[in-house]
Ligand binder design. Sequence first.
Ligand SMILES: Cc1cc2nc3c(=O)[nH]c(=O)nc-3n(C[C@H](O)[C@H](O)[C@H](O)COP(=O)(O)OP(=O)(O)OC[C@H]3O[C@@H](n4cnc5c(N)ncnc54)[C@H](O)[C@@H]3O)c2cc1C
Length: 389
Amino acid sequence: MEFGLNAEQVLIVDTVRSFVENEMYPYEEEIERSGMVPEQLARDIKQKCIDLGFYAANLPEAVGGGGLNHLDFTLIERELGRASMALSIYFGRPSGILLACNEAQKQRYLYPAVRGEKMDAIAMTEPGAGSDIRGMSCRAERVGGDWVINGSKHFISHADIADFCMVWVATGEEQTPRGIKKKITCFLVDRDTPGFTIRPGYESVSHRGYNNSILDFDDCRLSDEQILGETHKGFEIANDWLYATRLTVAAAAVGRARRAFDIALPYAAQRKQFGQTIGRFQGVSFKLADMITQIDAADWLTLSAAWRLDQGLSANREISSAKVFATEMLASVTDEAIQIYGGMGLMSDLPLARFWKDARVERIWDGTSEIQRHIISRELLRPLESEEK
Ligand SMILES: Cc1cc2nc3c(=O)[nH]c(=O)nc-3n(C[C@H](O)[C@H](O)[C@H](O)COP(=O)(O)OP(=O)(O)OC[C@H]3O[C@@H](n4cnc5c(N)ncnc54)[C@H](O)[C@@H]3O)c2cc1C
């Protein structure tokens, strides 16, 4: 076993850390206040990321990406997690689902996404279908040789700045051992497609400036050319990627928790009450001990799950464990960091209250904590249940 980083990994971490500190931290408070990212700032971050050679670092070299393995990419996500998501989105990581593009689609979507010319968004969730995503009602019907889509999606992250969306819609039904299930197909939809509208979503307290949108389809007509992967096989192309995305949520939680800890620790060592530094009170020092223990545990869970992916080992359970543990850890660490600071912890002079608010959504998106626990327990129980039969 090897727990240290090699020289290249140290360089990756140091480079991304100084990038977020220099190019993102200075703008965070203004974005928190205004709820928007100035276009020029977004362009600058994207260009600097391209110049550094980090744009699309997650995608294979064969398609023009950086070709990083899961572990190295997780190290990047951990550093980006320290910064505002409204800014780190421009440190481009196009979705790996785009690797399912056929040759024509690669020219139109994948390669421009890798070059930073086009931004993608992922649209699965609907008002009536969140965790139970197969219960979706947005549907595509065959009309002539085309598909006609009707319905809505909501909570779609950064669709406001996306050039195209990958949209999962019902294209039929099938009988399965668990009853009738919808067949799902993924479509690539350009933002200017007639019958397709992207409108502002809800105002979230978490991650201000990183907006969610509502997508409306009103007799939106698409040809077969817009199908990503095979008809009725929409989830087959998305599943691996969905697990890998959960790992990035875990990694970001670790990075943000360490930033909160790095703010709280020196304060505990310097702030005096009752004639001594508060870190000398066990009520505070034990908090620090618990915080760092939780952060390290989440870090190792996350990195070891990434390592498993790189070894070609099954990692679904481990990724869900990392996601649920790291996001719950983040909630607790940001809360305790505020407690250590006392009243000042809640003031916007410090980023702690922002981290605490931002932390809340991490237990909800990319599969709620309950759904992660469902996945973990299913992976444990299923083999035993089938043995009994
Ligand atoms: C800010 C934001 C951005 C998002 N971005 C995107 C995006 O870009 N693309 C996208 O497609 N989606 C996106 N989502 C959607 C997100 O993935 C869903 O919110 C999430 O999957 C939960 O769905 P829901 O909100 O409808 O809650 P529900 O599924 O209605 O769940 C409500 C509660 O019931 C619990 N529950 C549900 N089923 C079970 C079960 N079987 N067992 C135990 N408990 C259960 C849940 O854990 C939760 O506590 C985003 C959401 C938010 C808030």
